[in-house]
Design a protein around this ligand. Structure first.
Ligand SMILES: Cc1ncc(COP(=O)(O)O)c(C=O)c1O
Length: 384
């Protein structure tokens, strides 16, 4: 009997999924705060544009790198919203930020080389390093500073084996926006090691307390910074699967060739939807942004009011990384909260080894459901 390769078998199933699967099997009313996607539907004007593009014949393959109009729209958005300058031919349109990250890791990490990520970390980078036959190294950031980026720790971990460093800002799961000087120091050190920095900026449009600047913008757009973005979170378009990778045109050319054998191109219909989202009316997205900001404030008020509970104030994205102040594995706390109190959170060990006692709460949910969720969390933690 043939068996799948080690490469495929080594790829771990995300531990976040455990809670998702338990929730799916649970009978009764649950407040689902483990889910990492906007609760809003894609705005009408985007759906209309995609439908009329499909009716008008946009139902064929596009070039590997994507439609010129879509690359142009991404190029303009990167420049005007995030200060990141890339010509359209320095951009490949991808199947979500996920494919952009996968391509970036494949293009930068050779077998045996290392991908470094500050922890806590979104789990998929590890799988992507595994699929590239590379090694994954999580470098823990300090809990005392709310997991702010500490460049010295990342730089100390770098060696000649380091091929790339991922900087996720705003961060999933902590909601931290990394400090410019710390990011700059990592970018400079990466250059010294001939390593790449992969800037995962899929949440950059959801930055609350300061300008939403891309890492490439304030580091002068060096060739070894690859920028990943997506329509998923900012435009409530997770299901369209539309993202991008921007950077050195040599890398972009290579990845556009490689993806010929995997996805070939992003969906033509989704590319038309992206053009409408990026270039059309922005008010529906501004409204969502304001709702996330309001929920962020509500979430912090509720956390502050619960004895023993704390979290770094989310500066971006829609996650709060809770410290329940309980000396028990977060998975046990999460299962208890689900089973006995009907509220679902993602345990910290789903985000690497840095903070296994934490719980990630997604505030991509209505104010009413968040209030109800916090009532249940409060009752549950008091009883645990
Ligand atoms: C940190 C981070 N990067 C990238 C992605 C990929 O998102 P998408 O493929 O929907 O653009 C996600 C999705 O949850 C994420 O949290």
């Amino acid at each position: 009997m043939p068996t799948p390769t080690d490469r495929v078998r080594r790829a771990e199933r995300s531990r976040i999924r455990v809670m998702f699967d338990l929730a799916e099997r649970h009978d009764g009313d649950l407040v689902r705060l483990e889910v990492g996607e906007p609760d809003f539907d894609t705005p009408e004007h985007v759906i209309d544009a995609a439908a009329s593009a499909a009716r008008g014949g946009a139902t064929h393959y596009t070039s590997n790198a994507g439609l010129p109009e879509c690359r142009r729209a991404i190029s303009d958005t990167l420049a005007t919203e995030y200060g990141v300058e890339h010509d359209p031919d320095e951009i490949v349109v991808t199947v979500g930020g996920m494919e952009a990250l996968h391509l970036a890791v494949l293009a930068t990490v050779s077998p045996g080389e290392e991908l470094i990520v500050p922890g806590p970390t979104w789990p998929n980078y590890e799988t992507q390093a595994t699929l590239a036959d590379g090694t994954f190294r999580e470098v823990p950031m300090p809990a005392e500073t709310g997991f702010a980026l500490d460049a010295d720790r990342v730089i100390d971990a770098m060696s000649d084996d380091t091929a790339a460093v991922v900087l996720t800002t705003p961060s999933n799961p902590t909601g931290r926006v990394f400090d410019r000087d710390e990011c700059r120091a990592v970018v400079e050190a990466a250059a010294d090691h001939d390593a790449y920095v992969i800037a995962d900026e899929v949440y950059l449009g959801l930055t609350y307390d300061g300008p939403a600047e891309g890492i490439a913008a304030y580091t002068g757009g060096p060739d070894h910074v690859l920028t990943v973005g997506s329509c998923s979170k900012r435009y409530a378009m997770t299901g369209w699967r539309l993202g991008w990778l921007a950077g050195d045109p040599d890398v972009i050319d290579e990845v556009a060739t490689v993806r010929e054998s995997t996805t070939a191109c992003a969906s033509s219909v989704a590319q038309h939807a992206a053009i409408a989202a990026l270039t059309g009316p922005q008010e529906p997205f501004a409204e969502m942004y304001r709702a996330f900001e309001e929920r962020r404030d509500l979430v912090m008020d509720r956390i502050d009011a619960i004895d023993g509970l704390s979290a770094p104030r989310p500066e971006g994205a829609f996650y709060a990384f809770l410290d329940p102040g309980i000396d028990a594995p977060a998975i046990d706390v999460a299962k208890f909260l689900l089973r006995e109190h009907g509220v679902v959170l993602a345990p910290g060990d789903g985000f690497g080894d840095t903070a296994p006692g934490r719980l990630r709460l997604s505030f991509a949910n209505s104010v009413d459901r968040l209030e109800e969720g916090f009532d249940r969390i409060e009752a549950g933690l008091a009883e645990f």
